[in-house]
Each structure stands twice: as C-alpha cells, then as structure tokens.
Design a protein around this ligand. Structure first.
Ligand code: NAD
Ligand code: UGA
Length: 466
C-alpha cells in the first residue's frame, strides 16, 4: 500500500485543473504534478513561454506557473503515461448539461468522466487513488468504481470525492486560503487511508481543521448544494430588486440592512443582471433532475425556481432597455461594457451578457461590445451557439471593439454587463459628449456613481433602484 504521494496526475487542464494543480505544485515541491488534456491547443497554451498567453486569466496565476512549470508542474498531452506513473489521479474534466437524449437540458453529461474512468482502467498497472474533482451528480462514484473494478488486472482503486469550491476571478486566493476542503470516501480501512493521504496534500498549506472528511455521497451532494444555496441568494436579492424598482426602496440598502443580521450574513447579496458562469445553472439543473428522478417533485420545483428567477432578471434588464428607449431599438447603437460573466475572468460561459444581447438583437439593435479580456471570436461563438439567427446576421448586427472610447461615438445607450473595475475609471464626461442625446446608461452591476452620472447629464438606470 501507498505510504506517501509523490506523483499526481490531473486529467483536464481547464479552469479548475490548471489553477488547482498549479497551487498544489507550488505548495508541495516534493510532489510531481502532471496536468494532461486531450486538447492539444490548450496544453500548448499552458506551455507558452509568454505567460500572458496562458489559456486562463486569473489574478496571481501566471506568477505561480512561472515559479513551478517544468520544475514540478508539467502540462502534457500524454494522458496514458501520466496516468500510469501517478499515485493519485484527479479527474477534472467538464461535466456539461446534456444536450441530447434522456435528461436533455437538465442532467449532467457524464461521457467525459466515463471515458476517463475507462482510460484509467485500461492503463493502470499499480494501485491508484482516483479523485473526482469535477462536480458530479450524487452517486457517480458508484459508476466509476464499477468500471474500475472490472478491469481484471488486479489493480486496487480507491475512489474519493474532492469537489472544488474556487470561484473564478479569485481562484488563486480561494485555493491558497480555502474556507474548507471536502474529502469524501469509503468508510473502510483502505478508504480511510486514501482520505488521509489526500488530506496530507492539503495540510501542506491549510490548517487541519479546515479539511472535512465525509462519506462519498455526502461529499458529492454537498458540492451541488453549496452552489444551489449561493445561486439562491443571488436570485433572492434579484427578486427583491424588481420590487425595489416599483417601490422607491433601494436594493443595496435592503441588502445591507438584512446582511447585518449575522444569521443572514452580508456576502453574496449583490443584485445584478443575473448570475452566469459554467456552474450555477448546470448544478441546479442537475439537482432538479436528480430530485425529480427520485420522485421528489416538490424538491425539484423548489430549486428550479432559482433558475426561473435568474432568467426573469436577464429578460427584465433587456426589456427595460427596449421600453426606456421609446419601445424601439431597431438600428440604434447600444454599447456593451463587459461580456465575461463576472470581473477578473475571461470566462463567458452562461454570461448574462449573451442573453441580453440576444434579446436586443432580436429587436434589430446594433450592438458594439467591449470586454478587457474577451476576444471577438468568443463573443461570436457564444451568440452563434444560441442558434437564434445565422452567424452572418450576428456579424452584421454586432461588432466587437478594442477601444471603449471610440466605441461610444454616436451611441444611444451604454449597458454595463460586467463589473470590471476599469469601467469606473473612464472619463464619463467625455463619453457623454460623444454619445447621442438623450444619453442612457443601463447599469446591470450597480457599478457607477448614480449622482455623478446624473450630474453629467446621463439618463442613468441601475438594477434595483429608480
Ligand atoms: P473546462 O471545460 O475548463 O476544462 C475541462 C477540460 O477537460 C477541457 O480542457 C477538456 O479538453 C478536458 N477533457 C475532457 N475530456 C477529457 C478526457 N477524456 N481526457 C483528457 N482531457 C479531457 O472545465 P472546468 O471549468 O475546469 O470544470 C471542470 C469541472 O469542475 C466541472 O465538473 C465543473 O462543474 C467543476 N467546477 C468548475 C469550477 C469553475 O469555476 N469553473 C469551479 C468548481 C468546480
Ligand atoms: C461559483 C461558486 O462561488 C464557487 O464556490 C464554485 O466553486 C463555482 O461556482 C463552481 O462550482 O463553478 P463562480 O461561478 O466562478 O463560482 O463565480 P461566483 O463569484 O460565484 O459568481 C457567479 C455569478 O453570480 C456571477 O455571474 C456573479 O456576477 C453573480 N453574482 C455573485 C451576483 O450577481 N451577485 C452576487 O452577490 C454574487
């Protein structure tokens, strides 16, 4: 049996695998960490000499990669070799919502996970600890175990669940100073041994009390529940933002007033144009699907409401732009500041901006998009994926620009979709001068100073406050 972990392999060099393994490599110089991916382009980007070309933008990431890469951190496409050599294999591949077949639109697509399990089963010649890092439906470990236990080559596998709680934009800080690490595994002596070995890795930089051990099912389920509770807070405050706009209440004052109650707490109560990101919606849909499958319809309906409220918030923001601009945006230039689903990331998956843009394009608005970290091809990929209109129509109606100042020339309105700090520092008087009058701002992030914007002359609208 394994005494100490010296080699780690991580399958999946994405937003979770890349940063997580970089931090493990930094904090565990005695461990060799190899991150593998079937996407050769992505691996090439991770190996880029120019650290500004890493595939993921996260504050603090490039410094850690610079300090560890090709010392004890390696990025490679040689999946089989890395699996064979490792003591511990993290599975950190994507688990998107199914787009076909049974559970389409709700259930998690586990085909990438199963491929990983089959690959490990095929390649392994020594005992392994296999760690689910991806977010998975409760009881997935059972399926992985079945595949691994039927290889017939006498290798012992221990399967652990170790979900990741980092948020994008703060991934490195979240990893370095995690509130907790969750490790689920079998309650057998060998399961306990595996949990302790994995705990030891994290104990290289986190206090022991923050490392929680549970059974494997609690761990899998806790990840879905954590995301559901977080998203629920955003939908709850967003529902109140609509009420505030009708009653002269101010959503920020309400959030502060309730947040001072230590039982409620002040975090994660910022009203917005709606939550995005690759996980909240996916994980709640997954929870809804599981509850429904197990005959718990009331539970499924309860959580589905979080998503219904989020869709309402995005639609409400777009509708307000249209109705405020005299019920017609056809041919009007509307400028988007921000496309990413939150600041400090280049990730746009499920970003509210995509859905607001789609609604405005349906009304034939002319959109001009600027985001400090998002490239043109990504904006068009996101829109084309919706299939609402042809790629050609999307390119006729929307442009992506690199210079926000040039972009606002002759615009009817600016919509703020992402809370990038730099937007606050812009010369808003100059922007006002360049726009058509009356000049409108629709602030989906409550980012700008209302009094100042009104003093400049803008018609300024923000979520949750008239
Ligand atoms: P991602 O899409 O950025 O990365 C996944 C990578 O896995 C891709 O590069 C893909 O090429 C690779 N891959 C897929 N199948 C493979 C295979 N068979 N062999 C080798 N490589 C393979 O995804 P992500 O955002 O890193 O998310 C990964 C998981 O972590 C998901 O389950 C997600 O729910 C969960 N999660 C994500 C976050 C987040 O902030 N993004 C946070 C916590 C948990
Ligand atoms: C979220 C969780 O915070 C992480 O703990 C989890 O690991 C991750 O999902 C995951 O499983 O993928 P992430 O989606 O990266 O992280 O970012 P968040 O900071 O949670 O923001 C999600 C969305 O909610 C963003 O669009 C953000 O703008 C929005 N949000 C967040 C609000 O509108 N208001 C808030 O008060 C907080």
């Amino acid at each position: 049996p394994m005494k100490e972990i010296t080699k780690i392999c991580c399958i999946g060099a994405g937003y979770v695998g890349g940063p997580t393994m970089s931090v493990i490599a930094k904090k565990c110089p005695h461990i060799q960490v190899t991150v593998v991916d079937i996407n050769a382009d992505r691996i090439a980007q991770w190996n880029e000499a120019d650290l500004d070309k890493l595939p993921i933008y996260e504050p603090g990431l490039k410094e850690i990669v610079a300090a560890t890469r090709n010392k004890n951190l390696f990025f490679s496409t040689e999946v089989d070799k890395a699996i064979d050599e490792a003591d511990v294999i993290f599975i950190s591949v994507n688990t998107p919502t199914k787009t076909y077949g049974k559970g389409k639109g709700q259930a998690a697509d586990l085909k990438f996970i199963e491929l990983c399990a089959r690959n490990i089963a095929k390649v392994a010649t020594t005992d392994k600890i296999v760690v689910e890092k991806s977010t998975l439906p409760v009881r997935t470990a059972g399926a992985i175990k079945n595949i691994l236990d039927n290889t017939g080559n006498g290798v012992n596998f221990e399967i652990l669940s170790n979900p990741e709680f980092l948020a994008e934009g703060t991934a490195i800080q979240d990893l370095l100073n995690a509130d907790r690490v969750l490790i689920g595994g079998d309650e057998t002596p060998s399961g306990q041994k595996a949990k302790d070995l994995l705990s030891q890795i994290y104990e290289n930089w986190l206090p022991k009390e923050r490392i929680l051990q549970t059974n494997v099912w609690s761990s899998e389920l806790s990840k879905l529940v954590a995301n559901a509770f977080l998203a629920q807070r955003v939908s709850s405050i967003n529902s109140i933002s609509a009420l505030c706009e009708k009653t002269d209440a101010n959503v920020e004052e309400v959030a502060r007033a309730i947040g001072y109650d230590s039982r409620i707490g002040s975090k994660f109560l910022s009203s917005s144009v709606g939550f995005g990101g690759s996980c909240f919606q996916k994980d709640i849909l997954n929870l809804v699907y599981i509850s429904h499958s197990l005959g718990l319809q009331e539970v499924a309906d309860y959580w589905e409401q979080v998503i219904i409220m989020n869709d309402y918030q995005k639609r409400r923001f777009a509708d307000n732009i249209i109705s405020t601009l005299y019920n017609t945006v056809s041919g009007k230039k509307i400028v988007f500041f921000g496309w990413a689903f939150k600041k400090d990331t280049n990730d746009t998956r499920e970003s509210a901006a995509i859905y607001v843009a789609d609604a405005l394009l349906e009304e034939r608005a002319e959109l001009s998009v600027f985001d400090p970290q998002v490239k043109e091809q990504i904006v068009f990929r996101d829109l084309d994926y919706l299939n609402t209109r042809t790629p050609e129509e999307n390119r006729n109606l929307l442009t992506v620009v690199n210079d926000p100042m040039e972009q606002v020339e002759n615009a009817h309105a600016i919509a703020i979709l992402t809370e990038w700090d730099e937007f606050k520092t812009y010369d808003w008087e100059k922007i006002y001068d360049k726009m058509l009058k009356p000049a409108f701002i629709f602030d989906g992030r409550r980012l700008l100073d209302k009094a100042k914007m009104e003093e400049i002359g803008f018609n300024y609208y923000r979520i949750g406050q008239v």
